[in-house]
Design a protein around this ligand. Structure first.
Ligand code: F6P
Length: 323
């Protein structure tokens, strides 16, 4: 191994920069050369490579987003797109690629690995939906941003005796909503892995009102059956029967921005270094991860098409505690 490339792909996640820094400096410490690829797989197709030295990744560990840029690149899913990417990797003499990204991005890594190119994935997505890894880079920051919003909404909800329906990101995975809902003491948490039907949400709010609560919070994952707007529309005229006056907040991309938490910086640093260790040991075609506190490597073919299962017992715990 003499020369590697690193890219960040898919939705950006706080901590990606710490991962790029760790990959770059760990590889330099091995005596390898490092190239950064601009804008994810799109940069592989566009031949957007640039050398990375230790100073190029200085002062970035605390920055959200990704200095390399990111993109969604449907062309990479096509064999012709991948052939072009492989040709550019070969032209630059790149021996291996580190892909920092989420589910879609690691499917791309799996395709490259199947086609014989040495690649190691680093799990980074606020959605935390990757199989073979407990918590992805960026999820902790996104949970904390959601939690801060919930805490703020609670104060105004309480002053006005209102219930807030808060929707947070996560694509098909309810992890952010579940964790922020637990941490924020939500009355109801609705996630795709454990749906709560609209009449049941209304009934739980009614019951909370009858119990004399000054406010209530419903945390809804964007992938749940009904988003917050749909819920309000469904309630229509009957909304008054709930007792609380209802308001909604959709957090959207706000949860993806901002300064990475300490947890994300440390996780990204460890996983970035683990990706280089893996390549140094000639282990590729894997996603490095952290499972039960240990660094692990799971075959990319094993994680493709699978989603990390939700801990639905926590949904029930939140329901019991919302008394
Ligand atoms: O995968 C990260 C994510 O933020 C999801 O939670 C969300 O569904 C999606 O990306 C939004 O994608 P985009 O930034 O392309 O609008």
């Amino acid at each position: 191994m003499k020369r590697i490339a690193v890219l960040t792909s898919g939705g950006d996640a706080s901590g990606m920069n710490a991962a790029v820094r760790a990959v770059t400096r760990s590889a330099l410490a091995q005596g390898w050369e490092v190239f950064g690829v601009r804008n994810g797989y799109a940069g592989l197709l566009a031949d957007a490579f640039e050398p990375l030295a230790a100073r190029d990744v200085g002062g970035i560990i605390q920055r959200g987003g990704t200095i390399l840029g990111s993109a969604r690149c449907p062309q990479f899913a096509e064999p012709a797109g991948r052939a072009q990417a492989l040709a550019h990797l070969a032209a630059h003499g790149i021996d291996a690629l580190v892909v920092v990204g989420g589910n879609g991005s690691q499917s791309g890594s799996a395709s490259l690995a199947r086609e014989g190119f040495p690649v190691v994935g680093v799990p980074s997505t606020i959605d935390n939906d990757l199989y073979g890894n407990d918590v992805s880079i960026g999820a902790d920051t996104a949970i904390n941003v959601t939690l801060e919003a919930i805490d703020r909404l609670r104060t105004t909800a309480s002053s006005h005796h209102r219930a807030f329906l808060v929707e947070t990101m996560g694509r098909n995975c309810g992890y952010i909503a579940l964790m922020a809902g637990i941490g924020g003491g939500a009355e109801v948490i609705a996630i795709p892995e454990s749906e709560v039907e609209a009449p049941e949400v209304a009934e739980r709010l009614r019951a909370a009102y009858r119990r004399g609560k000054s406010h209530a919070l419903v945390v809804v994952a964007e992938g749940a059956k009904h988003g917050v707007q749909a819920l309000l529309k469904l309630y229509g005229e009957q909304r008054a029967s709930i007792g609380f006056d209802l308001r909604l907040t959709r957090l959207g991309h706000v949860v993806r921005g901002g300064v990475p938490s300490a947890v994300d910086r440390v996780l990204a640093t460890r996983l970035g270094a683990a990706a280089v260790d893996s390549l140094a040991g000639n282990r590729h075609g894997v996603l490095v991860g952290m499972q039960r506190g240990e660094i692990t490597a799971t075959s990319l073919s094993e994680i493709t098409g699978r989603m990390r299962p939700a801990d639905t017992a926590l949904v029930e715990l939140a329901r019991v505690l919302a008394m």
